[in-house]
Ligand binder design. Structure first.
Ligand code: AGP
Length: 608
């Protein structure tokens, strides 16, 4: 996520802004900038790269003002670059804006403003906010900001400076975090508490769709009707480390709890008027209809997302899909040509095996399409096209929210392919869209079961080996559940197709062996009930994952059941995986492991 800081008081703003941005570096970013208001002028200094690059630029510039805003950017619209960095300035140079979030209707607003004679310098969605506030400005900044916010769709945390208002600045929040820090004759804004903990522990938490007018000696909060709001002061008693994790014990659990927001950010901007809209994709109807095969190439968790992708694309779009780990694909002289289409999946966009495999596919004439979380990363830049997952930075080595958003992207693609091939009637299509938009709430329901999952983990964290079994999409899901457990708990684990147990592995099942069984797939439910009976008969302890409608039946044979809300089987993995992520997390915590930085692992494997 981007990071925002703001200051107004009697000290020089520059060092306070830079210090605050440094405290937000852990959030992940690719560029940084500040804007300071002094003597009726707004001075903006911003640059691609680390804050140190910005500091270098600032060395020869004396910025004397005592009011300013700052920003670290995690790119979503527009590659990391100086010009795409924030703050963004309005046409007349009188308004500066920093923004965290995604403006879903920025293209329509941009077209409106272009027709009004505004020019745009950047590729960002944020720049439209600066110009639109100027367009709406009639001498009252708060009113102009409120009018603008009522015209925006999407998520925002904002800081707004105006040359006409040297004694105050404005902040606003919807679906992106923003707090106000209260000092003595000085006040602050920040995306997160660590940025201001050094100066104050007294904060006001902005609620949804609220605007704050911040001067050095007072803070006024309004709703989007312009009505003043009251707000209790919240005293922060966290230490810095806890504050960086938003009060969570680890980044991993914080990122699991970010999944509803991450999925909403990835899906919501791409469903407009009951239609999936994937802007400027190269995938034409001709490509889809002429495509003989789709290759999905990735590593690790991203590969497991690809296995889910295979099942759903073949089921919905009836296109043959071959999914393979990148390190195998690239060395086996793969049979691939211009009639094949290649999807590469990567959270970091820098995994060397995946990058090299994509180059191999390109060399053999295949169109390449990337599903990536980091804007402007190597894979994103080299692919013929890219569909970004807007999960925000993933700090923990074990991938969680990125996996969920990779599935979200694959659902959007599979449904688009199926619709364009005329294989999906309108009723089914709309039903899928409605369930896609319900996913954040479904995952929230799973997160609300964390206590039951934590309890089961506390009973089994000393297991020597844990088997994950499932059929169809539940088998693909089991692969990811097993990897999540292995990489942070260091417990041996294997994922098995339920129907495959009898061909060997069941010999390993003995009294007390722990088996995690996924039973979310309607058509395979009875078969999986049989597999659970098989392992129970040999003494296994079974943790079952099932849809609510089957919970009672599964509870009769399993030792514990974690339920997910009733959902179409195709969409079940994106909800059910959260139960497995939580289970793996609590087991690793019980074992006292370094959950965010497991032994031997790196967040991005940029070597062979
Ligand atoms: C996932 O928990 C692991 N950290 C690892 O398997 C990871 O998914 C793999 O290295 C691929 O990384 P990427 O998605 O950044 O390409």
């Amino acid at each position: 996520m981007c990071g925002i800081v703001g200051y107004i008081g009697n000290k020089k703003a520059k060092p306070i802004l830079i210090d605050g941005l440094k405290k937000l570096e852990y959030r992940g970013y690719d560029s940084a900038g500040i804007a300071i208001l002094n003597s009726g002028e707004i001075n903006v200094v911003k640059s691609k790269g680390r804050i140190a690059v910005l500091e270098d630029k600032l060395k020869d510039i004396s910025l004397e003002g005592t009011i300013g805003i700052g920003h670290t950017r995690w790119a979503t619209h527009g590659e990391p670059s100086d010009i795409n960095s924030h703050p963004h300035i309005s046409k007349n140079g009188k308004i500066a804006v920093v923004h965290n979030g995604i403006i879903e209707n920025y293209i329509q607003i941009k077209e409106f403003l272009l027709a009004k004679g505004y020019q745009f310098k950047s590729e960002t969605d944020t720049e439209v906010i600066a110009h639109l506030i100027e367009y709406n400005y009639e001498g009252d900044l708060i009113k102009a900001v409120i009018k603008t916010l009522n015209e925006l769709e999407g998520a925002y945390a904002l800081g707004v400076l105006s040359t006409d208002n040297p004694d105050m600045f404005v902040a606003a929040k919807k679906d992106s975090p923003l707090i106000v820090g209260l000092g003595q004759n000085e006040n602050y804004i920040a995306s997160d508490i660590p940025a201001i903990l050094k100066y104050t522990r007294d904060i006001l938490i902005l609620e949804e769709k609220e605007v704050a007018c911040i001067s050095s000696d007072k803070v006024e909060i309004y709703n989007l009707l312009g009505e003043k709001q009251q707000r209790e002061v919240f005293h922060v008693d966290w230490d810095v480390s806890a504050a960086e994790k938003g009060g969570f014990e680890h980044f991993m659990i914080k990122e699991i709890f970010e999944e509803p927001a991450a999925i909403k950010a990835t899906i919501s901007p791409r469903i407009k008027d009951n239609e999936i809209v994937l802007d400027n994709l190269i995938i034409t109807d001709e490509i889809i209809n002429n495509c003989e095969k789709i290759h999905i190439i990735a590593c690790g968790t991203a590969y497991h997302a690809g296995v889910v992708g295979k099942y759903i694309i073949e089921k919905l779009a009836r296109i043959p899909v071959e999914v393979e780990v990148a390190s195998e694909f690239r060395y086996r002289d793969p049979i691939i040509n211009e009639k094949h289409f290649t999807i590469v999946i990567s959270q970091s966009g820098e995994t060397l095996d995946t990058l090299m495999a994509m180059r191999e596919a390109k060399k053999k004439g295949s169109l390449t399409f990337a599903i990536v979380n980091v804007v402007g990363s190597s894979i994103a830049r080299e692919a013929d096209d890219v569909l970004y997952t807007w999960a925000g930075p993933e700090i923990a080595v074990a991938s969680t929210k990125a996996y969920n958003t990779q599935l979200a992207a694959l659902y959007l693609l599979a449904l688009t392919f199926a619709k364009r091939k005329g294989l999906l009637d309108q009723h089914s299509y709309l039903n899928y869209l409605s369930q896609l938009q319900e996913l954040p709430n479904m995952i929230t329901s799973v997160l609300n079961e964390k206590k039951e999952i934590q309890k089961f983990a506390s009973e089994h964290f000393n297991a020597k080996s844990i088997f994950y079994i499932g059929r169809g999409l539940d088998y693909a899901l089991s692969m990811e559940g097993s990897l999540k457990l292995k990489e942070i708990s260091y417990i041996h684990s294997e994922a098995y197709a339920g129907g495959e147990l009898k061909h060997g592995t069941i010999a390993l099942i003995e009294e007390g062996t722990l088996v995690v069984a996924s039973l979310t797939q309607e058509q395979l439910f009875e078969k999986m009930i049989g597999n659970v009976r098989e392992v129970k008969a040999r003494g296994a302890v079974v943790l079952a994952i099932a849809q609510e409608k089957n919970a009672d039946e599964v509870a009769k044979i399993a030792d514990a059941v974690i339920t997910i809300p009733n959902v179409d089987s195709v969409l079940a993995p994106i909800v059910a995986v959260t139960t497995m992520q939580l289970f793996a997390y609590y087991v690793a915590v019980m074992k006292g492991n370094e959950v965010d930085k497991p032994r031997n692992l790196a967040k991005s494997v940029t070597v062979e």
